[in-house]
Design a protein around this ligand. Structure first.
Ligand code: PHE
Length: 344
């Protein structure tokens, strides 16, 4: 009996050490220590032992049971630990792996210029106004002193949707819309950036769709000097403190007098070069004193108030500022072009 106990202990310990998961271990536990297990079976045989042998064998049985239980417990915690390790190993993060780059876009150069110009004018007390790109002939032309059949309409070849509706040819209709909304209130001090459309053939300097920024100031006692002062301040902030501007007489039906505004060429400083076509000056916008008829139609008394207005081409300013030689670069969205403007 002692031998059988000893053998059983050996074989049980051997099997326990081979076990690789908890389920197997549990089966073994039942096999040896369970109610119908081998150790229990052996105990039943104790009845046939002599009284002298019994305590000895009893002690041995207890020893074996204790050894097996210890072995089961130890194996169980070894298995638990192994499971935990495997789990941790499978979930480790390799901090040395290079990250996956998230591609970021860049601000479009035109949006950048618009923001820059807006910031300058907001600093001068202007507000930002907006208007529709699909516009009524009434606002695009008539309210700006361009009645039907006025020859100056030819200055801006238009995309008409119907006889009365077109894609706006300039941002000037926002002047009329803003003044009407103000209902005679002063001061009016707005700029309006936005897309405009003309039936031009696209080439390096023309596009059927481009961007303008309109400016309008209406108040008591506004004069041509306010126009020039405002635009000079703008030019210095945009292009540098030594920048000069020049006003040249021009014509627009909605301003009187009208002026074309030139910047001193920043490429040659005014000496004459390829950029300014040897003139020393570069034209950047149209402007003038708001025509009395325009004020009147929009509900203002031209005897009491006056105003100035201007409209500049954003692409033109961006081209000059960044040395872009073809206006079409702004619309074709070649990332190699756009990335150059990603300077934070
Ligand atoms: N709307 C004119 C244009 O597109 C520019 C302009 C605006 C001129 C305001 C004078 C006053 O050509």
């Amino acid at each position: 009996m002692q031998t059988r106990l000893q053998e059983m202990k050996e074989s049980a310990l051997g099997q326990i050490s081979q076990v690789t998961d908890s389920a197997q271990l549990q089966d073994l536990r039942v096999k040896y220590l369970g109610k119908k297990g081998e150790l229990t079976e052996l105990l039943r045989g104790m009845g046939s032992l002599s009284p002298e042998e019994r305590p000895l064998v009893g002690q041995l049985v207890n020893e074996v049971r204790g050894a097996l239980e210890a072995a089961f417990t130890q194996k169980q915690s070894a298995l638990d630990e192994a499971v935990l390790h495997a789990k941790l190993a499978s979930q480790t993060i390799d901090v040395t792996l290079p990250g996956r780059p998230v591609p970021t876009g860049t601000m479009h150069p035109l949006s950048r210029i618009i923001e820059e110009i807006e910031d300058i004018f907001i600093g001068l007390g202007f507000e930002i106004a907006e208007g529709p790109e699909v516009e009524m002939d009434h606002f695009n032309f008539e309210m700006l002193n361009l009645p039907k059949d006025h020859p100056a309409r030819d200055m801006q070849d238009s995309f008409y949707m119907t006889d009365e509706i077109l894609l706006r040819t300039h941002t000037s209709p926002v002047q009329a819309r803003t003044m009407l909304k103000k209902q005679g209130d002063t001061p009016v001090k707005i700029i309006c950036p936005g897309k405009v459309y003309r039936r031009d053939d696209d080439d390096a300097t023309h596009s059927h769709q481009f961007t303008q920024i309109e400016g309008l100031v209406v108040d008591k006692g506004i004069g041509m000097s306010d126009l020039k002062g405002t635009l000079l301040t703008f030019a210095k902030q945009m292009f540098g403190p030594t920048q000069q501007v020049r006003l040249r007489p021009s014509f627009f039906p909605f301003t009187e007098p009208s002026a074309e505004v030139d910047l001193q060429c920043f490429n040659c400083g005014g000496d004459g070069c390829r950029v300014c076509k040897q003139t020393g000056w570069i034209e950047i916008l149209g402007s003038g004193m708001v025509h009395p008829r325009v004020l009147e139609m929009a509900g203002y008394n031209p005897q009491e108030v006056s105003g100035f207005a201007f409209g500049m081409g954003v692409e033109r300013i961006a081209m000059l500022k960044y040395g872009v030689e073809d206006i079409r670069h702004f619309y074709t969205n070649d990332v190699r072009f756009l990335r150059q403007f990603n300077r934070g």
